[in-house]
Ligand binder design. Structure first.
Ligand SMILES: *Cc1c(COP(=O)(O)O)cnc(C)c1O
Length: 373
């Protein structure tokens, strides 16, 4: 089945008791035992399992072409589960522009437990020189945030697998419609479902998806159930509801982002546009090869400094000045301001999460704002 069909049907079944067309939300925290003391229906206690979570995990696994999925209460909880699943002393290699929330998590919570380096994954020599005997995981994030750099998943997987190193991919920016890391050889996919999968800026969640149910996966499931960073049944319900429209939302996001990128590229007050779908993107060819679609995230550099850049944000009416991404509404953010003093992000960079408003309205609004620079 195609992804549009899976998105609608893989997390739903007609309710056996009422014939309701939509699977109901099961709020119960505990489930009745059989006469022999067992749990033949598969549920005992909600931290260990819930029908809405199971439905969500089923559709998440199918969207990424995986064997199984585990849902979490946030993207950071999903990432933390991966790090916790590694043996103490394991060395992780991550990208130098890794999502700052997870990079900071490693530094603040795993220093002294795990060993890590953040490097330019696209430089093969640099990558090879950082691999050590205790390297157990390479963490990829592509396209990267906020520079929209592309990492060659197949190439990194080949380098890792040759040395017995697992490769995980944060697929939040691309969404399962933009890129299928498992089909390119990755051993694990991570999502912040807060973003495109949720799609309406109204729920927080995370997910991990595996290509096979191996020992590592059993450990991850154990941490999910014993650690308890699980999403509530209602959040699982809302997420499965949102996922039904994900394929069509992603088409709209990509359509708008492509046109907005072209407009910005031709504007005299714009220094540079970073969008993998633009032929001017330095890795456009790799993006075309690896991605199924280019997604809805772009960044652009305003001609000028902090003052000019902030003037653009303050002059827009349709783009809300806020962090996060993937919702139906367009957001704009001066990324260096949130990443803090040690950021390498240019001070005049604006990151845009292109929403599903009409593209003519978006262009009219940003055009008026850029004229004020
Ligand atoms: C938001 C985000 C995360 C973290 O997810 P939360 O749901 O905020 O915990 C991780 N990776 C990327 C790329 C993100 O954009």
């Amino acid at each position: 089945m195609k992804i549009e069909t899976l998105a609608i049907h893989a997390a739903n079944h007609i309710d056996a008791t009422t014939s309701a067309v939509i699977q109901p939300i099961v709020l119960a925290t505990t489930f009745e035992r059989d006469e022999d003391g067992g749990y033949s229906k598969g549920y005992s206690y909600s931290r260990a399992g819930n029908p809405n979570r199971l439905a969500l995990e089923n559709v998440l696994a199918k969207l990424e072409g995986g064997a199984d999925a585990a849902a979490f209460s946030s993207g950071n909880a999903a990432g933390m589960t991966v790090f916790q699943s590694l043996k103490p002393g394991t060395h992780i290699i991550g990208p130098d522009d890794m999502y700052h929330g997870l990079r900071n998590q490693l530094k603040a919570l795993f220093a002294g437990i795990l060993d890590f380096d953040f490097i330019d994954l696209n430089d093969e020599a640099v990558l090879l020189s950082h691999i050590k005997s205790n390297t157990g995981l390479i963490w990829i994030e592509t396209p990267s945030n906020p520079l929209l750099k592309i990492t060659d998943i197949k190439k990194v997987v080949a380098i890792g697998h040759e040395r017995g190193i697992k490769v995980a991919c944060d697929n939040t920016f691309a969404s399962p419609l933009g890129q299928q890391p498992l089909s390119l050889g990755a051993d694990l996919v991570m999502h912040s479902t807060t973003k495109y999968l949720g799609g309406h800026s109204d729920l927080t969640g995370g997910a991990l998806i595996t290509p096979k149910k191996d020992e590592w996966w059993e450990r991850i499931q154990q941490i999910q159930q014993m650690g308890g960073a699980i999403p509530a049944p209602a959040d699982c319900y809302w997420l499965t509801r949102s996922i039904k429209t994900l394929p069509y939302r992603m088409r709209g996001h990509e359509h708008n982002a492509g046109l907005l990128a072209l407009f910005l590229e031709n504007h005299p007050n714009v220094e540079q546009v970073l969008y993998p779908g633009l032929p001017s993107h330095s890795q456009h060819e790799l993006a075309k090869e690896q991605m199924l679609s280019f997604g809805g995230m772009l960044s652009f550099l305003v001609k000028g400094g902090v003052a000019e850049t902030e003037r653009v944000i303050n002059a827009t009416k349709l783009f809300t000045s806020a962090t996060s991404l993937g919702g139906v509404e367009s957001l704009i953010e001066r990324r260096a301001a949130i990443e803090g003093p040690d950021t390498k992000t240019p001070q005049n960079l604006l990151r845009v999460s292109v929403g599903l408003e009409h593209i003519d309205d978006l262009i009219e609004d940003i055009s008026a704002a850029l004229d004020k620079v």
